[in-house]
Design a protein around this ligand. Structure first.
Ligand code: URA
Length: 473
């Protein structure tokens, strides 16, 4: 019998080293006991490193890295069994009906759901460090041990905010430069109430539409296990109880033709509702608001991606909407269009790090075809709904020049169609004191079929960036 004692519940490297040694020495899965340091065991540890080569598919390592984060006790043994079998069944991972593969895939899926839920349901509370500096602290109980895996998302999203996320398994701390982890904590270590609670509750009540209430679907998205740490969850029973009566009242009112001016006023008011009439005052609030936004249905498409760059930027770029890569990285313009933009910025002598890069629409509108997510152009209503966020970014950053990349961005920035061919290389005065510039969208440059036309359009694009940078200076 071989006993492996791993350093922690999520010790992927330890599992990998031990599994490698065991496999090279031909130790059968049934002859291995997997334990974690701290678990009682009467058997002495026997695994030693073994020299020799072992190759495993990359896909298996990716799967294993994720499965190790699951709370099930059999995960290390299951992964070793798969590793063992892969040597004689190299295509094993493609056999979805195989019980080991099916179980590993199920665990993988549950872990990724846990990461997704953590991204969605962590709620920070404002506190002060002993040195008086602001720190946001959240208490969260993830379904699986995903704190380390989920932490990068918060760093990218709240790069300028000092925060700690406390969980029973591990705590993540970000001081705006370094991400560190400490052992698990107690719910009592986290602050319990602050003004942000009210903000969340107000926001949630304002987006709650009684006529659309589907209790089952809501509980699936926001499982009850998470409610106790969500300030807005306190409202749910009451809102559900009132929903039926409110819906009936709405139906009863429907036949009366409303006054057009009243409708417009109500639409404006409901657009501003997420902050109870108060606009966000920092870019961090914009990020938090975008990730919780329900102003249109595009929130269902995945992560919301707000703008990125210094608050003092003089030049702002506005694209159309994040793409597949951007949605996954939760950063604007990091995919193929971002590469074109980066190259053109470098040629135009514009340092991207000194600019603010954002999008007219903050979610990736797409349709799923097989494994691919295909871009869909946002419609006028979605652009209009998301303008709230763009307008807030404009108000907070106050750039001197705003460059609309492509026609959707131009529609959002100028509030009306602004043909690029007609208006490029012109400074267009905007009501908020900024000057607007319009140019091609980098994705368009990727799509121009003719080589010569493509090079010409790209050169014009670089010229436009140079023009905007000069204007901002
Ligand atoms: N296209 C955009 O308009 N924005 C991005 O962030 C990426 C691609």
């Amino acid at each position: 019998m071989e006993v492996v004692r791993l350093a922690s519940e999520t010790d992927f490297d330890g599992w990998r080293a031990a599994a490698r040694s065991l496999r090279i020495r031909n130790i059968e899965p049934a002859a291995v006991v997997w334990t974690v340091d701290g678990e009682p065991s009467l058997l002495p540890q026997t695994v030693a490193p073994a020299p020799g080569a072992l190759s495993v598919p990359r896909a298996f390592l990716d799967l294993a890295r994720q499965v190790v984060l699951h709370r099930s006790d059999d995960r290390f043994a299951l992964l070793y069994r798969l590793l063992w079998r892969l040597q004689s069944e190299p295509n094993l991972l493609h056999v979805r009906s195989d019980p080991d593969v099916a179980r590993a895939r199920a665990l993988e899926k549950q872990v990724s759901t846990a990461i997704h839920k953590m991204h969605a349901f962590v709620r920070f509370r404002e506190t002060r460090d002993p040195d008086g500096a602001e720190r946001y602290v959240a208490w969260f109980e993830p379904a699986h041990r995903v704190t380390e895996a989920a932490a990068g998302f918060f760093v990218r999203r709240f790069a300028n905010m000092r925060f700690s996320i406390l969980t029973p398994d591990a705590c993540a701390h970000w001081d705006t430069a370094e991400l560190t982890f400490t052992p698990g904590a107690d719910a009592a270590d986290a602050p319990s109430e602050d003004a942000l609670e009210d903000y969340w509750r107000t926001y949630y009540a304002s987006i709650f539409n009684p006529a659309r209430l589907k209790v089952k679907a809501m509980q699936k998205e926001m499982p009850k296990a998470y409610w106790r740490n969500l300030p807005e969850a306190a409202l749910i029973p009451e809102l559900i109880a009132k929903a039926e009566a409110q819906t009936q009242a709405m139906i009863a009112k429907a036949p009366t033709e409303p006054d057009r001016r009243m409708v417009r006023a109500a639409q404006r008011a409901s657009r501003d509702a997420p902050f109870d009439g108060q606009a966000p005052t920092t870019l961090e609030e914009v990020w938090a608001g975008v990730s919780a936004c329900r102003r249109c249905d595009l929130w269902r498409c995945g992560n919301g991606v707000a703008g990125e760059g210094p608050k003092s930027a003089k030049l702002m770029f506005v694209g159309e909407q994040p793409g597949d890569n951007e949605e996954q990285a939760v950063k604007p313009f990091v995919g193929p269009a971002g590469k074109v933009l980066d190259r053109a910025l470098a040629e135009a002598g514009v340092p991207r790090a000194e600019t603010f890069v954002t999008n007219a629409v903050k979610h990736f509108k797409h349709e799923v075809r097989g494994k691919r997510r295909l871009h869909k152009t946002p419609d006028g209503g979605e652009v209009q709904a998301c303008r709230w966020w763009l307008d807030n970014e404009r108000r907070i950053v106050r750039p001197r020049v705003i460059v609309a990349l492509g026609s959707t961005a131009a529609l959002s920035v100028f509030g009306k169609p602004t043909p690029i061919g007609k208006f490029r290389q012109q400074a267009i005065q905007l009501p908020d004191q900024a000057q607007g510039v319009v140019t091609y969208h980098p994705s368009y440059l990727l799509r121009v079929p003719d080589k010569e036309a493509k090079a010409k359009a790209y050169a014009m694009f670089v010229d436009d960036l140079r023009f905007a940078w000069k204007l901002a200076a």
